[in-house]
Design a protein around this ligand. Structure first.
Ligand code: SF4
Length: 352
């Protein structure tokens, strides 16, 4: 993995973004902000599942007015997503929003843009410029190519820079993974603003997991990306597990990496069931740890050598390895309890 691009640092609420700060996971509510109680329940559940920033669509004044209460009660900084109506941006800023997602070129009159930008600067609220391949201005950019997406982003940026505003984050999203990757690469050669990564309209769970991992993962491996969002059709809580898994798999954040053998004719235990139970038990541990589950004693020990803690399933008795060395033989019926003990032994030893 190449080193991360040294982007400018911006701050959204209490979160620092860019310049080598931890890569943050963003999500978005799918309930109108004006339904305050339901929105708060969803914001809390997103934050509880790993969202570190939450975006809300602000469609009218009632949504914008709800921001005050939502921001005061939200455990994570909130970002208002606004199109076209500058009054919604002003109201959101006055109600305490921590970030704006708004393309200044969509707000035609310059004095209105200046009004927003001056207030955002006063309140230290960054603005994300979000270019989506699907919503490029067709009259000027008939083809949603990576180069055209970057040109469009640079035009929006220029409007802000001319007013002297640089607290900018940029996203270049497309449902076409190659276009999204290329656009972000091209942009990073032009400017050092922090990048928010995402593949739009990525689809339902499996399709999104695959496509987001390729698109976002490729860029992260190249050192690009400061925040990310995995988009999954439906309940946004589902996207957070994928987002966390991408970061943990690339060793860009602490967390438990689970390895499970694919099973074969030699499998003597229900590997999938055990792996799911262990994921449930240890999935939220804030530790850099690899846990492996192998389905037989023939190849298991060899295949699990690299794991911190490995369980080698046997019909009646199973084996636990710690740091690649044999630790103990356990009854297969007591896997969960024995693995809990093994994890705490491993962590205690490592701390010493
Ligand atoms: S660990 Fe054993 S059961 Fe699992 S895939 Fe390898 S040989 Fe098959």
């Amino acid at each position: 993995m190449t080193s991360r691009q040294n982007t400018r640092v911006i701050q959204i609420g209490n979160q620092k973004i860019g310049g080598g700060n931890p890569i943050l996971i963003q999500s978005m509510t799918n309930i109108p902000a004006k339904k305050r109680n339901e929105s708060l329940i969803q914001i809390n559940s997103l934050a509880g599942s790993g969202a570190e920033l939450v975006r809300l669509a602000v469609l009218d004044m009632e949504d914008a007015q709800a921001i005050q209460e939502l921001s005061e009660k939200s455990p994570v900084p909130l970002i208002a997503d606004i199109h076209f109506d500058y009054r919604l941006a002003i109201e959101s800023l006055n109600r305490g929003i921590a970030g704006l997602r708004l393309n200044p070129g969509n707000i035609r009159e310059k004095d209105k843009v200046k009004h927003i930008v001056d207030l955002a600067a006063l309140k230290k609220v960054p603005i994300r410029i979000g270019v989506n391949a699907g919503s490029l201005d067709k009259t000027r950019y008939p083809h949603p190519t990576a180069a055209n997406m970057v040109k469009s982003a640079l035009e929006h940026i220029q409007i802000l820079e001319e007013i002297g505003f640089y607290e900018i984050k940029v996203s270049l999203k497309s449902s076409d993974i190659r276009t999204m990757i290329e656009a972000n690469r091209l942009f990073s050669q032009e400017r050092d603003y922090p990048l928010h990564l995402g593949v739009t309209e990525a689809g339902t769970l499996i399709s999104s997991a695959v496509r987001s991992s390729i698109g976002i993962g490729t860029l992260l491996l190249e050192g690009l990306g400061d925040t990310l969002r995995v988009s999954v059709s439906g309940d946004p809580v589902k996207e957070l597990k994928i987002a966390k898994e991408i970061l943990i798999s690339l060793k860009l954040r602490k967390g438990v990496l689970f390895i499970a053998c694919p099973t074969c004719g030699r499998t003597v235990v229900d590997t999938e069931k055990i792996a799911l139970e262990l994921e449930e038990e240890f999935g939220n541990l804030d530790e850099k740890l690899t846990i492996a589950v192998m389905g037989c004693v023939v190849n298991g020990p060899g295949e699990a050598k690299e794991a911190d803690i490995a369980l080698i399933g046997g019909e009646k008795e199973s084996l636990i390895y710690l740091g690649g060395s044999f630790y103990k033989k356990i009854p297969t019926s007591k896997i969960l309890a024995e693995m809990k003990e093994a994890v705490s032994v491993f962590l205690n030893k490592r701390e010493k």
